[in-house]
Design a protein around this ligand. Structure first.
Ligand SMILES: Cc1ncc(COP(=O)(O)O)c(C=O)c1O
Length: 479
């Protein structure tokens, strides 16, 4: 693949770039109905930078080779993650971001883009029920959770920002279905991973509130300071929602910071039909909301929202007179972020919201939930499958009877049939089908399920795994 020859007249360079971009983008789209071959683990020599540079055309050719080996999350065969599909408005906007190379710390540098960010954050805080709230876009849900935990720590231990935790024993509570970033962040923040209490969940994967209460009281009796309760809205494997309202009652009674990790599920707030899953979120202190999951905005785009305005400045502001020289700090988001230079994640979310409106987003969320219900019905109606439980949102967890979920997922990947993953939930290792791509319809979901059964049937004898008496895949079907 080469680039169109253009003169060196002003504007020629951008045309050359755009021509190449168009060809490469088309190449992605033309090939994404199929999954790419699994490339060998080592980078070929012609894809390594060398002492001598190469002309742009050679780089374009190399880019083509890289793309040919890269799975696309917009493929109808991609069900592996909590994101997928391709939002046109958001992708179009995102492709413009490096052209201005905007850093989102000051109005002086970022101009109107700062106002776009404030606009989308204000919209999200309204949907969360935080009328006097504030927010910050972060590089992902793990980092939104980190920011929430840092603020919760500093609010509970008033000297922590200046002096650290100083060996004070603290505790953070999350369910055994909560995301691993809570543990990781406890390590990062100097609380120690052992400060995290994994509270058992019930038969639907929802945190048991009585067990949470017992753990809190036990810690208090032992002189350990409870810092934060993390309620998950949309757990990573099951897509389950913790009972936020009940947990909010307990958090208020005990005076403990309540964070809701809605990286996956906060987007349900956009749908009157499904927002009840997050009932009580307006009483939380903070909320993580990933727009790069159900809202379909390209990675990464996450928000940390806070119910009370002023906390971000209070816990993040630093003097930097070389940087914050013009304008009031209200217009300088760098006073409220972890990063100094910060990539522009606002433009794509703003563009998508401009395009869809609240109404388009409502339809999108409702469609994703309906697709998951369709998949669950189809699985429950076929004796070759076993549905783990009725999905609460967009993740459908199931087994193929007599087959190991990990082995089956690996074969599906090796044969380039589907990208689909598996996870541990309710003591079982299940295949997780994520219905997050609104460009798919029921036929596409059926086709994916058919291809799983065909692949399983071709594996003979079955790939192992403990088979319980009922013939279902057992608790230990881990390969
Ligand atoms: C519940 C939950 N929280 C947090 C995260 C982390 O989000 P990110 O991948 O954007 O860091 C995930 C990721 O899947 C998640 O499922």
């Amino acid at each position: 693949m080469g680039t169109t020859a253009r003169g060196s007249a002003p504007g020629g360079e951008i045309e050359e770039m755009l021509d190449a971009h168009e060809q490469l983008a088309q190449r992605i789209v033309d090939r994404e109905a199929e999954l790419p071959p699994r490339s060998p683990g080592a980078l070929p020599d012609d894809l390594r930078p060398a002492a001598a540079g190469r002309p742009l055309a050679a780089v374009v050719e190399a880019l083509g080779k890289v793309l040919d080996r890269t799975p696309s999350a917009a493929s109808p065969r991609f069900f592996n993650q909590l994101f997928g599909g391709r939002d046109r408005a958001a992708t179009l906007a995102e492709m413009l971001v490096p052209l201005t190379n905007t850093s989102m710390y000051t109005f002086k540098v970022a101009g109107t883009q700062v106002l776009l960010e404030q606009e989308v954050l204000a919209r999200m805080t309204r949907f969360a029920g935080f009328p006097d709230g504030e927010g910050s876009l972060t590089p992902g849900g793990s980092l939104s959770n980190l920011l929430a935990m840092m603020i919760a720590r500093n609010e509970a231990l008033e000297h922590a920002r200046e002096e650290g935790v100083g060996g004070r024993a603290t505790a953070v509570y999350t369910s055994d279905q909560g995301h691993y970033s809570i543990r990781k962040n406890a390590g990062i923040l100097g609380l120690g991973r052992r400060a995290v209490r994994e509270i058992p969940s019930d038969h639907r994967g929802r945190m048991r509130v009585e067990a949470l209460r017992s753990a809190l009281l036990r810690d208090r009796a032992d002189g350990i300071l409870p810092l934060m309760i993390n309620a998950t809205a949309g757990t990573t494997v099951l897509g389950a929602f913790d009972p936020i309202s009940e947990i909010a009652d307990l958090a208020a009674e005990q005076g403990v910071w309540l964070h809701v990790d809605g990286a996956l599920g906060a987007s349900a707030l956009l749908s009157p039909q499904h927002r009840g899953l997050l009932e009580g979120v307006d009483r939380a202190d903070s909320l993580t909301w990933n727009a790069h999951k159900m809202m379909g905005v390209p990675l990464s785009c996450s928000a940390l929202l806070l119910r009370r305005r002023g906390l971000l400045t209070g816990h993040l502001n630093e003097q930097a007179d070389y940087l914050f020289q013009a304008d009031h700090d209200a217009l300088n988001p760098g006073t409220r972020s972890i990063q100094c230079g910060r990539r522009n994640d606002a433009l794509k979310l703003w563009a998508a919201w401009m395009h869809h409106g609240d109404e388009g987003y409502r339809q999108r969320i409702d469609k994703l939930f309906a697709l998951a219900r369709h998949a669950a019905r189809r699985i429950a109606g076929d004796p070759a499958f076993e549905l783990l439980l009725e999905p609460e949102s967009i993740n459908v967890c199931f087994c193929v009877r007599g087959h190991s979920s990990p082995a089956l997922c690996r074969t599906l990947d090796q044969r380039r049939v589907l990208k689909i993953g598996h996870g541990m939930a309710l003591g079982r290792r299940a295949i997780r089908l994520v219905c997050v791509n609104p460009d798919l319809d029921e036929t596409a979901i059926d086709a994916a399920l058919d291809s799983i059964l065909e692949t399983a049937a071709s594996l003979s004898p079955p790939t192992g795994g403990t088979i319980s008496e009922s013939g279902s895949c057992g608790a230990n079907n881990v390969v």
